[in-house]
Design a protein around this ligand. Sequence first.
Ligand SMILES: [Zn+2]
Length: 442
Amino acid sequence: MEPQLETLPPVPGPAQHLAGVPELSAAWEHQVAARRAESAKVTHLLAYRDRCAARVVGEPAVVRAEADKAAIRDAATMVGLSERLTTTVLNLAGFARQTLPCMWGAFTEGLVDLPRVRKVAEAAVPELNQQAMRELDVRAAEEAALRRTGDFHRWLTRFTAELDPEAYATTCERAVQDRYVRFQNNPNGMSYLEAYLPTLEAAAIQKRLRAAARGLDSPPAHDPYATQHTVDAAAHPDTGDNPAAGDGRTLPQREADLLAAWLRDGRVYTAPVEAKIMVMVPEATLTGESEEPGVAADRSWRVSAGQVRALARDPQAEHQWYQGRVRRNRKEADFDLLSARYVGRYPPQRLRDALIFRDGACQAPGCTLAAERCDIDHQQPWHTGGETTAENLWALCRRHHRMKSHGHLSPPRRHIPAKSPPRSGMIMASMNWPPTPITVVH
Ligand SMILES: [Zn+2]
């Protein structure tokens, strides 16, 4: 049945050029109808919970708590979800309805979905003051309607950290108390290993794992895999990627095998592996004048001011410093990597680093794959005269790189700066941290 909508909100900006496509605009109508139906469902469940609570007003707390649990049980039974999940959803939705009127309004109009409402409600930590809460509500409602899920989560992470740096630092301190490791066994002989860790630790583990899995391509002679591997660095010259050499395992499979081996017996052989973390830090944070947090080069995570200063002070970490666009005294500035023209097809490593900081993520609209894992592509191809300059280069993930090669993705006519380029006064640092040489298990 076609949805009967009184008013259909316009297709959001990034999709407007597709509004005339009949199948896609029909899909948009159904999407709006589905979100409206979801908001109506949640509203009814909240109303039931409220009605049950009204019956026991004035009773002792324990009586009210039990009545609430029973209301949740009934709601969970009706919609076929666990009581735990129903509690979470109704708590966050109830909070959003009361405290985030713009976000709740966008949900009831069908402009945003429930997962986005939940994310914003989770981000609205109690440490935020009233004005910050209002600002979060207004901006999040606008951005949630325009951005794709992953992109929106990243925006929210950045925005909440900048909104109130002190509240953010307090939230980080509180959150670190909740760290855990959890195992979940699946019926197919496989299990999930889940760990909730400080992001800096997780980023270091991720980088080392990835580097070590790639490093297996040219291991020391006693590595049991050695004979099966071939070096294939030419396969993806733009990235130096070498995802599936020799032994037939994919990169994710090798990462899984390595992690299991590291955790299982801890035996190691010495093979230095880089765990390069790339962070952008406001200058004032480094000098201690500001508590504004640092941000990962791909804009996907934040690190509190205290943590980033500790990292910057660490005499053993190998730092490489780059600087943002403007500096009062240009004589202190290094050579400007982004304005130079390079000889040859492949950009040098320092320019690659600079482009990773500039672009952050794949430059295809809506894509959030970290630039560090992207190809550095010539917008105008090298063989047709395209130059190796920052202006002509951009980060594209493999999927979007292929799409461009097949003519389904056009580079902007003139280079559009990265989605959120580093601000002036931002210091970019790539750090090998922790500095101890990594050792690979076999
Ligand atoms: Zn992409």
